[in-house]
Design a protein around this ligand. Sequence first.
Ligand SMILES: O=C(O)CCC(=O)C(=O)O
Ligand SMILES: [Fe+2]
Length: 201
Amino acid sequence: MTELSPLEGKIELPQAELDYWPHFLSETEAAELYTQLLLEVPWQSDRIQVFGQWYDQPRLTALYGEEGKPYTYSGITMNPHNFTRELKTLKDRIEKQTGDSFSSCLLNNYRNGSDSNGWHADDEKELGQNPVIASLSLGHPRFFHLRPKNDKKNTYKLLLQPGSLLVMRGRTQHHWQHQLPKSKKVKEGRINLTFRQINHK
Ligand SMILES: O=C(O)CCC(=O)C(=O)O
Ligand SMILES: [Fe+2]
C-alpha cells in the first residue's frame, strides 16, 4: 500500500483527477460543524442486501437536495431533506473553491472505527458521464483508499483530516474505486459530506 502525501494541490495518479485541500476549513470551523451536524442531522440507518441477506449499513446517512426527488444508489432509495442555511452556505463555499456546482449532499456518519464504506465507484447514471464529487471530512481522521479497477492489489491510502476537501473529477470513477475501511482502534466518530450533481430523470 502506498501512502499519498497530504499536501495541497493535485494528487497525481494515472487516469484519475484528484484535488486536495487539507485545510479547507479551519480546525475550529471543522470542530464546530462536526458537533452541529452530529446533533442536528436526521441520521438514518439503511438496510442493505448482500448475497440475499439483509444487514444494517455500517454507518448512518442523510441526503440533502431538492426535496421530493429521491436518489437511488447501491439499491437504497433516499429521500432528500431541504438544504439548511448552514449546508447551503457550505455548498456555496465549496462551489467557489472547486468551480463546480452541486445539487445534493450525501452525508455519512461513521460512529467509530467499526463503521465503514466498502469498495465502490460513484458511477450511477444520475451523476452523469464524468461526475464531480467534493468530499469534506470532519471529526476523527480516517484513511481513504483508492485502487485502479484493473489492478486491484495496487492500493493507495490518504489520511483525511478534519476540515480537508478532496475532489474527484474527470474519468476518475471510470478507472478507480475507493473505500473508507474499518479502523478497529478508532473510538471517535467521523462525518463526511459528499457534494454531487444529481440529474434526475
Ligand atoms: O467517507 C468517505 O470519505 C467516502 C464516502 C463515499 O465514498 C461516498 O459516500 O460515496
Ligand atoms: Fe464514494
